[in-house]
Ligand binder design. Sequence first.
Ligand SMILES: Nc1ncnc2c1ncn2[C@@H]1O[C@H](COP(=O)(O)OP(=O)(O)OP(=O)(O)O)[C@@H](O)[C@H]1O
Length: 243
Amino acid sequence: MLAVRDLTVAFPPARGKGDATVALDRLTLEVSRGEFVAVLGPSGCGKSTLLRAWGGLLVERARVSGEIAVPRASDGTRATAWMPQRDGLLPWRRALSNAMVGAIAAGVPRERALPRARALLVEFGLGGFEDAWPHELSGGMRQRLALLRTCLTERPVLLLDEPFGALDPVTRRRMNAWLASVGLVSQDGERAVALVTHDVDEAITLADRIVVMSGRPGRIVHEVQAHGESRYDREALLASLDA
Ligand SMILES: Nc1ncnc2c1ncn2[C@@H]1O[C@H](COP(=O)(O)OP(=O)(O)OP(=O)(O)O)[C@@H](O)[C@H]1O
């Protein structure tokens, strides 16, 4: 559903002086329909660059080689929805209106987006807050609203870039437990999710498969699939991060 093959991305130096920054080096990764994949790696290893490549969001001056495969909507646009680390809520719009912004921009008819937004607000624990302004919501509520906005775009591929990175550790753990219970991909099996995170426990809680990247330039150095009740061998995963 989602793939990069031998993807190399380099950013030319600012003002043309010095060396280019090679963010990704011949990276190959596939995400299947119905799969939730977490990409773990140290800061600056190219995780966001990978998501941006899938989302068609790389800056123009980036030098790109290799193959980037993403599903297309019927009108030819990329079928991806991107959620950045910062919630990006519009302060002049109430929660319900904020929830629908992405869907309307993606061409979802308002009459379809509105009832779905109302239903999802309840499912995302925001029932009763439809008319709240963003500044009246807690950090966790804002992130849930931002995630809801991403889901409402009805795009089959969700690209989540540290969606809970701005939250305190306690709220973050709660959000992860909640998100695991919502089951983003299991709802219809038609969706795929790629999550970028620094947080090992977040990856363990949420993902069907964890991919570990090296320091820059980012390559995949370890890959592990969840299985059974215990899901992952946490110690082995931690050891792979230190390797
Ligand atoms: N638009 C850009 N122009 C120049 N260099 C860039 C650009 N975007 C990213 N880079 C560089 O590419 C490398 C990878 O950046 P990227 O944001 O993908 O890393 P990351 O793994 O997501 O980091 P973090 O976890 O800290 O968010 C970094 O060295 C960064 O400085």
